[in-house]
Design a protein around this ligand. Structure first.
Ligand code: 6YU
Length: 505
């Protein structure tokens, strides 16, 4: 008795760093260790050098940078944002999840589509997408997925389009680009996998999405610096979290601990509490052996049912831009495609068709001419298996088609993320898949043991973006989830300390 609790945190992404930061600022937790499998902090916040600049392999924007967004708040406090992002005006802009960038629509036939056509389709798609968020409290939905709902509505709309509208097919092709874009946003292979009922539960904050001028990685770096140096251990993959036990240190007698964490290199750590922040993708693959005794059925079920797909980025640097100077977003339209026609399944022959857009990195004076392509789903996972040279060849061909110039110089450099192959991530971020709901997110977040009367409460706690019911898939969701679990421990000791001081009857 009397000894201060020992706490372990597994994973040094924003959830783990946030939890550790909050715990280390309290004097109740001097025995704190953060175990990270890789050699760096940040997890899916991952800024990497590309030429003379830094690009984001993971999180790109602060979604909804305004007062209630803890990532915005922390980044502002650390001085990591520029003045425009911090302005009151910027914080008040409502974008509804889809920031508007000056866009040019290019087709694979080397055509630039009229802004009117692009704008019209954009409005139609965003109206339909807004409708999909209105089924939250509807007891019975007519179709299970966002994709099926959108297609049903589009099929309906098409009937009303005039017969002599010669752009009908082209509008459908542009709509298909929006489907693929939405797959990137949700981190899924198909919108048919995204559950319709719970879709409206994802919450958006006000503020015009902003980036970090010096790289998103500045945020985890600052957080890391604030932690006691010896508390963070890198290159320490955890292989098993054993709980409900009675573990004793070999050297010491006396104190027993309910939790033992085992690492790949054989090292063991004993603790009273462990906060697990590994990604849902890692849990999907390993939870049966990673947590011992195994998770209660309700939690294991949540891990299986919730969605965790892949979204990757491909950076291309050009000597000269083929896009106009004011263009910040290139949308790629394949003229023969339509959301009402089944897509081809030959990954090797057509994986690159899944890529819906390129963001032009801003400002060009800083970055040069760099495009950041987004690609989600199976095609994205297939892309990960290719070499840089193969990716470059395929995308050079795409770009030449878009530009209508078969001799366009290939990009001089390529860099892409490979989140699905990353052994400690296994994908990009979570979504609420068909067959699951926000209740599964809450079930995943539930600590162990589930019996509140257990003499050893809160042995295993769960944080990470996938455990946040309304902000899943974001950095602020991850940070808030880490704080939530730290607070859970803080309040446990608050109350037990005050109990101890009560006179014994
Ligand atoms: C955001 C954005 N963004 C793009 C891409 C990706 C993500 N996100 P971490 O994985 O960070 O940390 C876990 C750590 O654990 C890690 O370091 C591991 O190495 C370690 N670990 C694992 N196993 C271990 C073991 N066994 N032992 C020890 N350690 C172990 N978020 O706010 N803005 O622009 C993007 C984007 C390509 C991959 C993003 C974005 C998601 C965030 O990056 C992510 O949520 C958090 O960083 C996760 O932090 P964490 O701590 O939980 O895990 C309606 C509708 C709904 C759909 N959603 C719409 C929202 C759009 C989301 N947008 C994302 C878009 C982009 C472009």
């Amino acid at each position: 008795g009397g000894a201060r609790p020992r706490v372990l945190v597994v994973g040094a992404g924003l959830a783990g760093l946030g939890a550790a930061q909050r715990l280390s600022s309290s004097r109740a937790f001097p025995h704190l260790r953060l175990l990270e499998s890789t050699g760096r902090a940040g997890g899916r916040v991952c800024s990497q050098p590309f030429g003379s600049e830094v690009v984001e392999m993971g999180a790109h924007w602060i979604h909804g940078p305004s007062k209630e967004n803890p990532v915005f708040k922390l980044a502002s406090d650390y001085g990591l944002l520029d003045e425009e992002a911090m302005s009151e005006e910027n914080q008040q802009i409502e974008v509804g999840g889809h920031p508007f960038l000056p866009t040019v629509f290019y087709s694979n036939a080397g055509r630039v589509l009229t802004p009117e056509l692009g704008e019209g389709v954009r409005n139609l798609f965003s109206t339909l997408l807004d409708q999909t968020r209105e089924f939250l409290h509807v007891p019975q939905v007519s179709v299970p997925s966002v994709g099926e709902y959108l297609r049903k509505e589009i099929a309906q709309q098409v009937k009303e389009w005039s017969d002599d509208d010669e752009t009908k097919w082209l509008k459908l092709a542009v709509l298909n680009t929006y489907f693929k874009l939405e797959c990137c946003v949700c981190g899924t292979d198909s919108m048919d996998h995204v559950a319709l009922g719970p879709f409206g539960e994802y919450a958006m904050l006000p503020g015009l999405d902003c980036t970090f001028p010096g790289g998103y990685g500045g945020l985890p770096d600052c957080m890391l610096t604030s932690l006691p140096k010896e508390s963070v251990v890198f290159h320490k993959p955890v292989t098993a979290v054993r709980w409900g036990g009675s573990y004793r240190e070999e050297s010491q007698e006396g104190r027993t601990f309910p939790v033992q964490v085992e690492c790949e290199d054989g090292e063991r750590f004993l603790a009273d509490h462990v906060i697990v922040t590994v990604p849902l993708g890692f849990l999907k693959e390993h939870h049966e052996t990673f947590i011992d005794p195994p998770l209660p059925p309700r939690k294991a079920d949540a891990i299986r049912k919730l969605g965790f797909g892949t979204n990757n980025k491909i950076f291309l640097e050009f000597e000269q831009p083929f896009w106009p100077p004011d263009c910040q977003l290139i949308k790629v339209v394949w003229e023969d495609e339509s959301p009402l026609i089944e897509a081809g399944t030959d990954l090797q022959a057509g994986w690159f068709r899944k890529l819906p857009c390129f963001v032009v990195l801003q400002p060009p004076e800083q970055y040069g001419h760099v495009l950041c392509g987004f690609i989600a789903g199976k095609e994205s996972e297939y892309m990960e298996t290719l070499s840089d040279a193969e990716v470059l060849t395929a995308l050079t061909d795409v770009i030449r088609r878009l530009a209508g110039n078969p001799h366009l110089a290939p990009p001089k450099k390529v860099l892409r993320s490979q989140w699905h192959s990353a052994p400690y991530t296994r994908g990009s971020y979570s979504y609420v898949a068909v067959g699951s709901s926000g209740n599964d997110i809450d079930a995943l977040a539930q600590p162990l043991p589930e019996d509140a009367a257990d003499p050893w409460p809160l042995q295993v706690l769960f944080a990470g973006e996938a455990t946040h019911r309304t902000f899943y898939s974001t950095t602020h969701g991850a940070l808030l989830s880490g704080w939530r679990e730290a607070d859970r421990l803080l309040s446990l000791y608050d109350t037990s300390e005050s109990h101890q001081h009560k006179p014994q009857l």
